[in-house]
Design a protein around this ligand. Sequence first.
Ligand code: PBG
Ligand code: ZN
Length: 328
Amino acid sequence: MGNKNISSRFRRLRQNQPLRDMVCETQLYPKDFIYPLFVIEGDDIIESVESMPGVYRYSVDNLDGILSEVNESGISGVLVFGVPAHKDSRGTEAYNKDGIVQKAISHIKSKYPDMIVIADICLCEYTDHGHCGLVCRDEILNDETLPLLAKMAVTTVQAGADIVAPSDMMDGDVAAIRRELDKNGFINTPIMGYSAKYSSAYYSPFRDAAGSAPGFGDRKSYQMDCRNVKEGLREIENDIAQGADIVMVKPALAYLDIVRAASDRFDYPLAVYNVSGEYSMVKAAAINGWIDERKVVTENLTAMKRAGAKIIITYHALDMAKWLKEEF
Ligand code: PBG
Ligand code: ZN
């Protein structure tokens, strides 16, 4: 006999997997994901990134294996970062038309014309001081940096990039890039702004991978303060006003409240970046046998989508795509 005092039996729809699947509100697909790819100057290099198990830096001549994996996986594409042989104060290699990231992009597009290739636009991998903009004394210059970012955007699009993604957090970067792309005839190239990018300790494994740690100080004068929500929404609103086609919140896991607020407020495709430190923490625990990697990654990525993310940039992309295929 049922207890008449229980009016809602939520457990009816939780009885078995088919029922749970039928009513589930969030479903991940391989196409939700973008895989970050580190390309290094040189020949015959595949080197592991110590602080990011399972992540490698590839020279262009060694990209084919990982590209074919990406192609088979059903994910949407790659976000390309260059690791140059030569760095200087002005980040010259970032906007050299024969630079590492430009060469990598044209190689990828020649092999896989349908793969979405996103170029990360920033100077920090290319400057000897490791900051995302030009430096004068101890100051990170804003307006003087904009033309260099715009130049980098144009050269990566000339190399074949489908989308450019400025991650520098200089004010006015999206507008400067939009103007320069349009001037060069690339009116149809979308911009994905790293709009609400927070100054975060979760980036440190990436800085190992890309060799882009700041040589002095930190990035707090340009990246956001983690205590702020409204400011993040203002950043996103402003990127949209400058012409961004896709907006982003970064990092992901510790910032899902920002993702939810942004998704409620703005009718633009929203991306999240599940950053290096978030990845490495999961990998470390998994390697130690403390957690079930597949289950934890599935839960984390589902949380990002549930919070409102449309596009998920993650180092787990290839694993997750594989796991999803096993399910279907
Ligand atoms: C470069 C850039 C960074 C990341 C993406 N683009 C590092 C930084 O801002 O220091 C971080 C990605 C990650 O941690 O996975 N501006
Ligand atoms: Zn940077």
